[in-house]
Design a protein. Structure first.
Length: 192
């Protein structure tokens, strides 16, 4: 068996093949350096808050945002409820409109109307006109929030960062409930 082995041949060292290889390596390293030195997401508070708001509003990344969750829902579907105390899609949207609008007004420096009621009163049933208006209003509120965060001062964003972050989480939480209702009833798009 060993007698069939052929001794390894020593290939001549060719400087002509080494030069293009060196050039390729230098080019690859230059591309890598440029790519790594590009200004990436700066991780600033403004950037993080905007990302959270957009992800819970229109930008589909880790989860479906509210605009995707309500897209195509009819007024009749928005009022469907099971036999428990769970809320309908329309009630969840009315709740989000109520609280997001209050926080938006405060963030703008305005005083929202006094509210001493029970949170349960923010979950209202909607007719067809109210459903269509509520989804447009929620979209408008979220868009305005994003614009204000984009132009907000660092001091303002520091003061409001926890509240703005909670808006994104609150939206995501109720969006999950909306998607659950849609999936349960066969109203959700098929898995990708």
């Amino acid at each position: 068996m060993f007698d069939q082995l052929v001794p390894m041949q020593v290939l001549p060292f060719n400087y002509l093949t080494l030069k293009p290889m060196k050039t390729l390596i230098v080019i690859a390293l230059a591309i890598l350096f440029v790519a790594c030195s590009k200004k990436q997401d700066d991780g600033s508070l403004k950037t993080v808050l905007l990302q959270q708001l957009k992800n819970s509003h229109t930008k589909e990344e880790w989860f479906a945002p509210i605009n995707v969750a309500v897209n195509g829902v009819t007024a009749e579907q928005s009022n469907w409820k099971d036999s428990s105390d769970n809320h309908s899609i329309g009630q969840l949207v009315s709740h989000l409109v109520f609280w997001n609008e209050r926080v938006l007004k405060s963030f703008q420096g305005n005083t929202p109307p006094n509210f001493e009621g029970d949170n349960a009163t923010t979950f209202t049933q909607l007719n067809e006109n109210e459903w269509n208006a509520a989804t447009r209003k929620l979209d408008s509120i979220q868009t305005m929030f994003e614009q204000l965060v984009e132009t907000g001062s660092d001091d303002q964003l520091k003061e409001w960062s926890s509240t703005i972050s909670n808006i994104g989480m609150h939206n995501a939480y109720h969006t999950g409930q909306i998607i659950y209702i849609r999936k349960r009833n066969g109203w959700w798009k098929p898995a990708r």
